[in-house]
Design a binder for this molecule. Sequence first.
Ligand SMILES: Nc1nc2c(ncn2[C@@H]2O[C@H](COP(=O)(O)OP(=O)(O)OP(=O)(O)O)[C@@H](O)[C@H]2O)c(=O)[nH]1
Length: 204
Amino acid sequence: IATMEDYDYLFKIVLVGNAGVGKTCLVRRFTQGLFPPGQGATIGVDFMIKTVEIKGMKVKLQIWDTAGQERFRSITQSYYRSANALILTYDITCEDSFRCLPEWLREIEQYANNQVVTILVGNKTDLAERREVPVRRAEEFAEAQSMLYLETSAKESDNVEKLFLDLACELIREAQQNTLDNTDRAPVPGEGKPISYLSCCSVN
Ligand SMILES: Nc1nc2c(ncn2[C@@H]2O[C@H](COP(=O)(O)OP(=O)(O)OP(=O)(O)O)[C@@H](O)[C@H]2O)c(=O)[nH]1
């Protein structure tokens, strides 16, 4: 019996980071195209879905927005395990949110799958005049931790699309790489994904 999936790939993406850094706004901007005023703090976990098309493939993104507040930590931790990707978010105008990153990385190390793709995101670039975390410092930190790195503005819609699409591309690349690694025979023509898709993801 053929299964009728409406997508080629399904990935689970989880946003983590201090309260108030803009996780909910990033998700809203990407999934609904809006910047909601008076966004309250997230209670526990929220969930949204968006399907994107990348090189003719339908990629379904399950996006989980977790609460940054400490008191929800035990709930949010349980969502790490099955994440394909984590968006570790801080606020470029809030040194404190950057200084907490090692703590978040410890959480990730403890609760996430070790295959997880992690991207560091500095949000609120529209508030450049209030910047407390220099780009160079964040870049170096991301590099030392083998993370991707991007700065965004949920408010101005800067790099938000790129964030999720780059992540989707990276996840496709890894999924295809795993498929190749697990195949001990040459692929039959017309079966599975063409290998040329492997080079599809230089989105810049
Ligand atoms: N100027 C500016 N403000 C932003 C941006 N993103 C979010 N904010 C504001 O920052 C505040 C917190 O945003 P949220 O998206 O609720 O933050 P959060 O990380 O989801 O917070 P928790 O749910 O408590 O973990 C809100 O007042 C937003 O309007 C941005 O890109 N630029």
